[in-house]
Design a binder for this molecule. Sequence first.
Ligand code: NAD
Length: 436
Amino acid sequence: MDITMIGTGYVGLVTGTCLAEFGHHVICVDKNTEKIDRLRQGEVPIYEPGLEVMVAKNVKEGRLSFSCELAAAVSAAEAIFIAVGTPSSRRGDGYADLSYIYEASREIAPHLRGYTVIVDKSTVPVGTARQVARIIGEVNPEADFDVASNPEFLREGAAIADFMRPDRVVIGVASERAENVLRAVYQPLYLRETPIVKTGIETAELTKYAANAFLATKISFINEMAVLCETIGADVVALAKGIGMDGRIGSKFLHPGPGYGGSCFPKDTLALMRIAQENGQSLRIVEATVEANAAQKAKMVKKVRDMLGGSEAGKTIAVLGLTFKPETDDMRDAPSLTIIPALLEKGARIRAHDPQGIEEARTMLPPDVVYSEHAYEACTGADAVILMTEWNQYRALDLERLGTVMKHRVFIDLRNVYQPDIVKAHGFSYSGVGRT
Ligand code: NAD
């Protein structure tokens, strides 16, 4: 099939590349000319394991190309995926900013030739597909098209595996023609017997928000359990095992930490609350999840202060990991963006390391953060170290070496990577999340 991807970011680039890997012919379009230039030179502008190799392979085999020219890319396509950003609106009210979606719709419309399915891949509020159809119909009344919803569930850091081996594919369609096109797009997954969940368009749109809100709720739940565990001297890691082995609960997303972040959960929980409000409902559990997450980040700042004897002022704190999760360079809404400025404000000095996120972090964190090339260098002379993101390279630190380069042996493990006893045996004072 001939497929066009509008928006070549984390989702668009991975989806486009994986669809090419399935055997389709894919053109990835983006407004960002620098991004397209880099891709054309064989350079992948984001860090996503395995992506560079797969991009190169599919470009070489002639199934994947990159372009800023929308017109030609659109007129040849049987399916056009819209994978542009839908961030929280700049007004700060939690509504999703749909301007990129609507702009893309207006740009696509004049160039449609023959029956085409426009697929909303971006996470969008209920009713967006209808608006996209209205815009395209207004701009090009002759166009023969359907709009469908096909939300994406991939995780950054494991995006290729998630796309190629999904638990399910959700397609929201309003016509058999559109359904047939989407089934043809995902035909290669039939071999793996991947369930295709066919729904109405509104249901598909809402399913994505419901999935993210549920996962965020699971995280906030275990984070609150962690606080209770710390208070009563229980161990949340053992507790998570104890509940997670119950098949009705499941063991995933029961890892306490500094609060969820990233480009999806924070904005999507807020957008879901707004969707509910607009429809005269309130989602009290989602509201509590969002509140608990903000509280969790504040509690982490207090934890650091307590571990430093009551004040951050004048202390040097090493931070290992800045991105919202390992194996990505994505800094959007990372907990580090809240926790580090709060520590700086109280007079701490921050020395930070991240395997992939430093370039982006420099643009998002206050300028007084000092970045290091190596983890041990960041820890040199530090009064405390915070393990913020559980990158593999931080999972087996040489604790003796760490203690030697640090000024004081204080280890704050916000991902519960280390066994408290082992860290303490090296003379550190240790604090995890939900266990001491
Ligand atoms: P992103 O910011 O990485 O990429 C969006 C891209 O769209 C940018 O490169 C931008 O230049 C481009 N763009 C914007 N307007 C355009 C236009 N009119 N024409 C061509 N290109 C245009 O965003 P992302 O993280 O890939 O997210 C995209 C969507 O997918 C969002 O709705 C997000 O919620 C959803 N989503 C993201 C993830 C994730 O893990 N990142 C997972 C599932 C769903």
